[in-house]
Design a protein around this ligand. Structure first.
Ligand code: AHR
Length: 666
């Protein structure tokens, strides 16, 4: 129902505040007011505490070169070209020798190392880092290396170099031991200048022969100061979202282009020198965004993923390969009678996460420093797999997992798209099979998001729940890279997300994808957070996601316009929850139109609402507005106070705005 009332008559109930006032555009014309009803005392569905999560994949240099803070690229010489990322520096030709040695028979996980033979000249090697090395003035850097020397005498001079090869940090390391055994040694030094695109040089001084491997450099300011840990600015952005879960390690990376380079979690735990590096599938996926230097070191492995989830209070949600490689690539499948090792990986992962320290895999977790279980509750079997082949394999996994862990939840794939034959086959069959969760993915234009805000209003209310495991608004191809994360995309996401929240009994988890992208090294856009070597910023999408996850509430309450869900009438989209712990009513509304909208929220029901609250508003009349390294909060929530009178909140929504109103109650 729309009412025409004069602006003046409603101004008194509007907004005033001790710290800020929402201004209502002054207009001489009477403005139409939309009446919206919120039934504040009638919860209609529970919101799961882990409803809003994040999706992590090593895409766009998200792990190596991203959140995993290692600064040396190709530290163990296992890239296809063994010296990729390294250059040799000599003052005179033929000064010093460098040899790449392969000992795959004795060390198949880490076969290559380099041998330095210095006859007494001065020569060295320089690493270019991942699109440069981010160096911060005054920060300590920790170098470490594995070495062995039969003919001692070589000392290592360690130098961070700036853009013009000037030294911006310097240390040295004299190898302490000799003999045929590999040793580990470390040295630290402090940078004297800031440079986002530094390099790291090791000069070999003195006469002798030395073998080197795992040449590593980390900044001191890692997350929780963990040695060889994660980039703290990137983790902090995640922690600030208070995500309910972290989905990892992908994405297509789980599947691999073929089965040999599928993700195998057992190869990603334990000493980093034993984690067998493999090519990153995004290395070759897009010819126009080729990344020949993209590999997976697994320095960020499954133990670290669990630890990260625990650090930031999220549930871990691992996705495992189901015996099928990416069906857009090779489509290779494991023979059904050879699926056992894949299924065993799933069972062992549950034991690794939750098992008693006396179990085989529980003990491994304890040996890594975490005797307490991680309390893993769910996993995905398959990423974007589809077809009868998937159903056959999934059935084998499900039987084995449920036999041993009946309450453990399994996420099932619905393929790559949210509609079409593949989706229909899986959706119908998996529901018949009483699947715990079906994982839906949608990368679609803004108008698809707007049209689908009511998608779940008529979904079956049976035991199978939906996990919207990957979604993002894809602007048209005229927008490239970080320009794709504009306000229009985020606003359309917010609008659809009100439909997910309204249907929280059906859609129990959701995560935007992908999470991170390096501005100089991305393959896929849009992405929620963009980084360079020293900086990171959240896009408008980041702030939308954060608003939902930090205001998730505990119970859905009905919010209607003319008795109907608000799914686009007059450009409006809305959902509402109460938070029974914080004692708050929360209303989320997006105005996707270019006009301001006067709304009269009728807060109906027996709740003792306070007469003051707040609104967090994201708005821009420029739908192409972006955030950036230099203006990271251009589109971000601005907080104001609101007033409620006689159970009414009357407010004027800005054009193209997303608003989260919070009203406390007793
Ligand atoms: O998020 C990027 C990719 O999109 C994921 O790896 C894959 O699952 C989907 O196709």
């Amino acid at each position: 129902m729309k009412l025409s009332i004069t602006l003046k008559s409603i101004l008194y109930t509007c907004i005033s505040a001790s710290f800020s006032i929402i201004t209502i555009p002054q207009t001489s014309k009477a403005q139409t007011t939309t009446m919206v009803k919120v039934k504040v005392d009638q919860p209609i569905a529970k919101v799961q505490p882990n409803m809003w999560g994040v999706f992590f994949e090593d895409i766009n240099f998200g792990a190596d070169g991203g959140i995993y803070a290692e600064l040396i690229k190709n530290r163990s010489f296992e890239f296809t070209k063994p010296l990729m990322g390294w250059t040799v520096q000599r003052k005179k030709a033929n000064e010093g020798e460098i040899l790449v040695v392969n000992r795959k028979e004795v060390n198949s996980a880490n076969p290559r190392y380099i041998q330095i033979n210095n006859e007494g000249g001065v020569f060295g090697i320089t690493n270019e880092g991942f699109k440069g090395i981010g160096v911060k003035k005054g920060l300590k850097y920790h170098f470490s290396v594995m070495y062995r020397q039969m003919t001692p005498g070589v000392k290592l001079r360690l130098q961070l170099l700036g853009a013009n090869n000037e030294v911006i940090g310097e240390g040295e390391m004299t190898p302490a031991n000799s003999g045929a055994e590999w040793q580990k040694q470390a040295a630290s030094f402090t940078a004297t200048q800031t440079d986002p695109k530094g390099k790291f040089a090791i000069t070999f001084e003195g006469k002798g022969k030395i073998d080197l491997d795992m040449i590593s450099l980390f900044p001191d300011d890692t997350w929780k100061s963990r040695p060889q840990g994660l980039r703290s600015d990137m983790v902090q952005l995640l922690a600030d979202m208070k995500p309910g879960f972290i989905r990892f390690p992908g994405g297509c990376i789980v599947e691999g282009t073929d089965l040999t380079n599928r993700y195998q979690w057992k190869n990603t735990i334990g000493p980093i020198e034993d984690r067998k590096m493999i090519i990153n599938r995004w290395n070759t996926e897009f010819a126009n965004r080729a990344a020949p230097d993209y590999f997976q070191s697994f320095g960020l492995g499954f133990f670290e993923y669990f630890q990260l989830a625990e650090d930031i209070g999220s549930d871990a949600l691992p996705i495992l390969n189901c015996g099928m490689a990416c069906q857009f690539n090779s489509g290779e499948v494991a023979a059904l009678d050879e699926l056992d090792p894949y299924v065993q990986d799933a069972l062992d992962l549950i034991e690794f996460a939750n098992g008693d320290v006396n179990t085989k895999w529980g003990k491994k977790r304890a040996d890594l420093g975490h005797p307490k279980p991680f309390n893993l509750k769910m996993m995905g079997v398959g990423n974007e797999n589809w077809g009868p082949q998937y159903l056959e394999r999934l059935a084998i996994f499900t039987k084995a997992i449920k036999a041993k862990y009946p309450d453990f939840k399994i996420i099932n794939s619905s393929g790559t798209d949210p509609e079409g034959d593949r989706f229909d086959l899986l959706n119908t069959t998996l529901r018949k099979n009483k699947a715990d969760f079906i994982d839906e993915h949608y990368y679609r234009p803004a108008d698809w998001f707007l049209k689908n805000a009511g998608r779940y209003d008529n979904y079956p209310r049976n035991e199978t729940k939906v996990f919207v495991g990957e979604y993002a608004v894809h602007a048209n191809q005229d927008y490239v890279g970080s320009n794709r994360n504009n306000w229009q995309s985020a606003l359309a996401s917010a609008s659809l997300m009100t439909g997910l929240e309204r249907n929280a009994d059906v859609v129990q988890m959701a995560s935007y994808a992908p999470l991170f992208a390096h501005i100089d090294a991305w393959q896929w856009a849009p992405d929620m957070i963009w980084v360079d070597n020293l900086r990171s910023y959240g896009t408008p999408d980041y702030y939308v996601q954060k608003l939902f996850s930090t205001n998730k509430g505990t119970d859905v309450v009905a919010i209607t316009l003319d008795g109907k869900n608000i799914t686009g009438q007059d450009g409006l989209y809305a959902s509402s929850v109460i938070d029974s712990k914080k004692k708050e009513l929360i209303i989320k509304v997006s105005n996707s139109s270019g006009q301001p909208k006067m709304i009269d929220f009728d807060l109906e029901g027996k709740r003792n609402l306070k007469n003051k609250g707040t609104v967090e508003e994201m708005a821009s009349t420029n739908l192409n507005q972006l955030n950036s390294f230099t203006d990271p909060e251009a589109v971000s929530p601005k907080i104001s106070a609101i007033k409620i009178r006689d159970k009414k909140l009357i407010t004027n929504l800005k054009p193209y705005s997303f608003n989260v109103f919070k009203i406390p109650f007793n």
